[in-house]
Design a protein around this ligand. Structure first.
Ligand code: NAP
Ligand code: FER
Length: 341
């Protein structure tokens, strides 16, 4: 193929909040698929908070990227060539691929996508990794019961928006934290949460919780950490469960700030705090995705996507996650399907 392949590579390890000079858009030859590989053209690319972690050297649940590496992420794409990969040109697939126009990948690392079941973008959002994170984090880790109070941070985001709705389906009272009035309106009016607190315009989180969650907090789904979590810990009920999903408020910190220490609250409340990774639940992904799909189909589950146009704008889309620019799942639209299978 003579066309150019644009590939985003890590230009340097950012310190603190990343800036554009951490990303280099290289122009390269479109690669040829090796034996057992397919060449995939990117249609949608997911940008996710965990990518910040992969930009730093040091221990994490995922391998750090080396400077010069292609950035990688969830992609929905179209097979344009297959060298014995078990796919045909025109097939739609999903996998962990480069931030690029084209990536080669072994067939075994690609999952077929039926393009007629749901919009392709949903495979990276409500029906993909973030939706599954919300599903297992809510139902298996936080486990709110009917009548209990469930609190979720990052409530208007990809994971939080789904988590709160799933807790509502379980019969819980659901309270969110989000970073703008527009998000609060979305969460309360479109997602049906019982209350949502704008943490950027609220000084006293504990007083806000006393109003929004007057019976205390039985299950807490934490996407954010920091001062909001400090406040929620002081309002946990006896036997509360805390699902630690993410701590985005600290992902750009070079040193974790020493905040008020709230672990003593867990003693008197006999609370359980459990961190989890969505991949822990991989054997159950297919069943869970089908259930999420049914709820979307029936209207029980609403989703929103923020779609940035063009591969060149992928760094902006990623950096926007840390500024709260997205409502629902943040995606990058790279290309339209060319072939139909
Ligand atoms: P997201 O919520 O769609 O986007 C990130 C949101 O975080 C932003 O929109 C912003 O919303 C909020 N935020 C950014 N900086 C913040 C700060 N300093 N304080 C409070 N809120 C802040 O992202 P997502 O993909 O759904 O991920 C949500 C969390 O889940 C992340 O922490 C992520 O790492 C974690 N996660 C974990 C797993 C797992 O397996 N454990 C899987 C997926 C995701 P506001 O406008 O409300 O500030
Ligand atoms: C995240 C996205 C995904 C994250 C963790 C994961 C902690 C987990 C991935 C896995 O299970 O491998 O933002 O933040």
């Amino acid at each position: 193929m003579s066309e150019t392949n644009r590939v985003y590579r890590l230009a340097k390890r950012p310190e603190g909040t990343p800036t554009h000079d951490a990303f280099e858009l290289a122009e390269e030859r479109v690669p040829d698929p090796g034996p057992g590989e397919a060449l995939v053209r990117t249609l949608y690319l997911s940008v996710d908070p965990y990518m910040r972690d992969r930009m730093r050297a040091g221990e994490s649940y995922a391998e750090p990227w080396a400077v010069g590496d292609a950035l990688r992420g969830g992609v929905v794409g179209e097979v344009v060539a297959s060298n014995g990969a078990g796919f045909e040109s025109g097939d739609v697939v999903t996998g962990e691929l480069d931030w690029a126009d084209y990536t080669t990948a072994p067939g075994a690392e690609l999952t077929p996508v039926d393009p007629d079941v749901a919009p392709l973008s949903t495979r990276l959002g409500v029906l993909g990794m973030p939706g599954l994170t919300a599903y297992f984090g809510t139902r298996e880790v936080a486990q709110p019961s009917a009548g209990e109070t469930f609190v979720v941070t990052g409530a208007a985001g990809a994971v939080g928006s789904v988590a709160g709705q799933l807790a509502k389906l379980q019969g819980a009272r659901v309270v969110g934290f989000a970073g703008s009035d527009e998000k609060v309106t979305f969460v309360e009016d479109e997602l049906g949460f019982d209350a949502c607190i704008n943490y950027k315009t609220t000084d006293d989180y504990r007083a806000a919780l006393d109003e929004a969650a007057p019976d205390g907090v039985d299950a807490y789904f934490d996407n954010v950490g920091g001062e909001i979590t400090d406040a929620v810990f002081t309002r946990l009920n006896v036997d509360a469960s805390v699902a630690v999903c993410g701590q985005i408020s600290m992902y750009n910190d070079e040193e974790i700030p020493v905040g008020p220490r709230k672990l003593g609250q867990l003693i008197q409340r006999r609370a359980t705090v459990e961190g989890f990774l969505v991949s822990d639940f991989e054997p159950r992904f297919e069943t869970a995705a089908k259930r999420l799909g049914r709820w979307v189909g029936s209207g029980d589950l609403t989703y929103r996507e923020t779609v940035t146009e063009g591969l060149a704008n992928a760094p902006d889309a990623f950096l926007g996650l840390f500024e709260g620019e997205n409502i629902g799942k943040q995606l990058v639209h790279v290309a339209e399907r060319e072939q139909s299978s």
